[in-house]
Design a protein around this ligand. Structure first.
Ligand code: NAD
Length: 320
């Protein structure tokens, strides 16, 4: 885990806290001395992700859909809004739920922060850049998104969430921040969530072909989850409103990623090329100059180390 800010908050609400990133965020906050209320509807998250936090006196798990108005028992001084399906397999299965979480859910979480006098942080995404025409992407780039394509339910929900967050800040004075997370990987990803790292690891460990889409030359920049969590907390601790990119600028092709995972798992799997999804971005790489300058944050976990830790977790959780 990278260096965390001092325990700046007494009580944080983490929406989507039972998900992949959210559960690591809950753990990091508790470790830093902040009480946490995790609000989750388990639409894509798992109770098992936060099971080990259940005995912590500072941890509360509240089952609720944030797209419906919700309250929490104790006033928070920080609201981290992560609740949203995030993997393409999930948001294509749950399109209206995804649009609701990005719109109504963001509005409800913003209202909670405003009425509590809490700082609010939206976990937005690099998907707001769509299939980018600028590379790498910095925060001044407006993006290239198909508003009616299959991915639009996620991309446009997040873009709307950013607009809502910005408007809440400017018209109501809510203390807001937008972070744009790039591809994050690590323990607790679901093997069937459709994202490249868990899919390839699951396939490699099962001795199945690794399904690389298209020619595999499309790139992604993979950030280990501990680094992403440290970036989110650094942005929350800083007074900035963002948007700020949080990601790892070291870029690799999906074909190289598949080959690497075969090597690290010692698998005999081969690579199988399959059809590339519609509107799948060709290039994705964050410019993190802003995060480096303002937050003194940058990723610390090298890809090989992060992949080794993730593979070890998948070996220990074959049903994961
Ligand atoms: P995830 O699916 O593992 O977690 C999302 C969590 O939100 C789940 O626990 C789910 O049950 C919960 N949720 C969904 N809709 C909800 C609702 N209406 N009410 C309450 N809870 C709800 O996904 P993740 O990868 O952990 O992503 C977390 C957040 O980070 C998302 O907002 C996502 O857009 C953002 N993000 C993630 C990545 C990444 O690479 N993981 C990249 C960019 C942005």
């Amino acid at each position: 885990m990278g260096s965390l800010p001092a325990p700046a908050w007494e009580h944080a609400v983490v929406t989507g806290g039972a998900g992949f990133v959210g559960s690591h965020l809950c753990s990091a906050l508790l470790a830093a001395g902040t009480a946490v209320t995790c609000v989750d509807d388990f639409s894509t998250g798992l109770a098992g992700n936060v099971a080990e936090l259940g005995d912590h006196p500072g941890f509360t798990l509240q089952e609720a859909d944030v797209s419906q108005p919700f309250t929490v028992r104790r006033r928070p001084d920080l609201v981290l809004h992560l609740a949203s399906p995030a993997s393409p397999a999930d948001y294509l299965r749950l399109p209206l739920h995804t649009l609701d979480a990005g719109s109504l859910g963001t509005r409800n979480a913003l209202d909670l922060a405003h009425h509590s006098g809490a700082r609010f942080l939206l976990a937005s995404t690099s998907e707001v850049y769509g299939d980018p025409r600028e590379h790498p992407q910095n925060e001044r780039y407006w993006g290239h998104v198909n508003p009616v394509g299959p991915r639009s339910v996620y991309d446009e929900a997040k873009r709307f969430g950013e607009a809502l967050t910005t408007a809440h800040g400017s018209t109501r004075g809510t203390d807001t921040c937008v972070v744009r997370l790039f591809n994050t990987y690590g323990p607790r990803m679901r093997g069937y969530d459709g994202r490249a790292v868990p899919t390839f690891i699951r396939q490699a460990l099962a001795g199945e072909p690794l399904t690389v889409t298209g020619d595999g030359l499309q790139t992604r920049s993979l950030c280990y989850v501990d680094d992403t969590v440290a970036g989110i907390l650094a942005a929350a601790a800083h007074g900035m409103s963002g948007p700020v990119n949080i990601g790892n600028p070291s870029e690799l092709t999906m074909l190289d990623l598949a080959r690497w995972i075969i090597e690290l798992t010692g698998s005999a799997s081969r690579i199988a090329f399959v059809e590339r999804p519609t509107d799948d971005p060709a290039l994705r790489c964050p410019d993190i100059t802003l995060a480096r300058d303002k937050l003194q944050w940058e990723p610390l976990v090298a890809a090989e180390e992060g992949l080794r830790r993730t593979i070890a977790w998948f070996r220990a959780h074959p049903d994961g």
